[in-house]
Design a protein. Structure first.
Ligand SMILES: [Cu+2]
Length: 214
């Protein structure tokens, strides 16, 4: 799924980075494993030929020591630091509070629908959200019953909606468009039907929409 906003973009980049780094580490591990098994096999053959059960396996040489220190300590440390730093940077990219220029909309989960309310205009919607594009929108998430989770992957990460408090999820669309969302916390029989359509409109179209629906 292609990210359609800066927050989702940042998350998608981290996902790609973790996938690629994980694949490279796994491939490297498999290669070393195969080499190790084959060498061990050769050493075993040697023991059979000479009858010497204490014949060295070649692990005490300086080059193999460097392989153990480099591949077993230094390389994993580098990978962990890179992954940690990248993850931290992405987390810092994701706003946890409404930015100053954000528009606030209340989104309340209720088995099995999303009730949307615009505090400024009083507009109310169900299972759909209309937002201005190119501007952060702070969704005040709550629930009236069980825990739900608001998730529109193309715009932002997912965030739980609790019955006893408000969570703020900041979403942002890079341009006008339509984006689908889904409740991401199993909430009962019709959980799968708890969907959401987010329509991002240009600033002027959004103003027109607001006036028409006020
Ligand atoms: Cu739900």
């Amino acid at each position: 799924m292609i990210p359609e906003g800066p927050i989702a973009e940042s998350i998608a980049q981290l996902t790609l980075a973790l996938t690629v780094i994980g694949a490279v580490v796994y491939a490297g591990f498999l290669i070393v494993l195969v080499i190790g098994v084959r060498r061990r096999g050769e050493a075993d053959d040697e023991q059979v030929v000479t009858g010497d059960r204490d014949a060295p396996l070649g692990l005490g040489t300086p080059s193999s020591r460097w392989l153990v220190i480099g591949g077993g300590v230094v390389l994993p440390a580098v990978v962990v630091v890179v992954v940690f730093a990248w993850t931290l940077e992405t987390m810092l990219d994701i706003p946890v509070r409404a930015p100053a220029d954000a528009m606030t909309i209340e989104v309340v989960g209720e088995r099995w629908q999303w009730n949307v309310r615009y505090p400024e205009s009083g507009i109310e919607l169900t299972d759909e959200l209309v937002i201005p594009a190119d501007r952060p929108v702070a969704l005040e998430l709550r629930s009236v019953d069980v825990i739900h989770s608001f998730w529109v992957p193309q715009l932002a990460g997912k965030l739980d909606a609790f019955p006893d408090g408000t969570n703020v999820l900041v979403v942002q669309a890079a341009g006008p468009g339509e984006f689908r969302g889904q409740c991401a916390e199993f909430c009962g029989l019709l959980h799968a039907d708890m969907t959401m359509v987010v329509t991002a409109l240009s600033e002027s179209d959004f103003e027109r929409w607001t006036e028409a629906n006020r």
